[in-house]
Design a protein around this ligand. Sequence first.
Ligand code: FE2
Ligand code: FE2
Length: 265
Amino acid sequence: LLKQTTIEENKETILGYLVNIDRKGIPQLIEALEKSDYFIAPASTKYHLCVPGGLAQHSLHVLYSCLQKMKFYYGKDESKWPSPRESVLISSLLHDACKIDKYKEGAAKTITDPQVYRLGVEWDKVDQSKLDSADRTRFMQKCLDENEAIRRDIPLEQASALIDWLTKSPLKNPMPPTPTVYHVEDSLPLGHGEASLSWVQNYIRLTNDEKLAIRWHMGPYDLSDEYGKRAYDQAQKVPLVNLLFTSDYDACYLWDCMVEEGEDE
Ligand SMILES: [Fe+2]
Ligand SMILES: [Fe+2]
């Protein structure tokens, strides 16, 4: 989990960057972001930063990585950069705008009937007087309804982990974490980069380099057909396309895994 203070700082940082961009529609874009779940949404449902605030944190990681690459390859003099700083800001911070208001809390798959039975049996076997009281309280809050029956909305993966915990030695091991889980509800399934592009262009006009960078930020992982391959080959001639793709990759597999964690639940 990200700390609440980190989530708030990230929001301030991102808004601070955006508010200084001099482009028609930026105030409307900021207003839309503030009304949306952008600052509290996860970055994914089960891969990187699948926690509240993950999307904003990931977007900042992409931005920092992309700015560092710009400096490394093209120098500190920004007039020599192949794309201006504001293009880096817009494309980095909004490359995953497709995820806004799309990840809903709750599991796509919940506990099965045999798991309900098993979890109840294993829970009844535990010597409650010896169980850690914090674990006992958490289990009751997470897993039992008002009649002390096993709840039906426990996410499937969590049910498996809890059964595993109870079956092994719950008196010696702490209860496994039960983080917030998400599922996707996509009301406008345009595709990943395409949906981000569409979202941003509802508010501001993008340069061609920004369009290409956002559309192709998944790089070769988004080649659905031969046409896609040809288009991506062409797009790659724009430095910002490669800079954003590699920054997103770095963020997903390196930076996003290193964030300092806050209190669990
Ligand atoms: Fe993405
Ligand atoms: Fe991303």
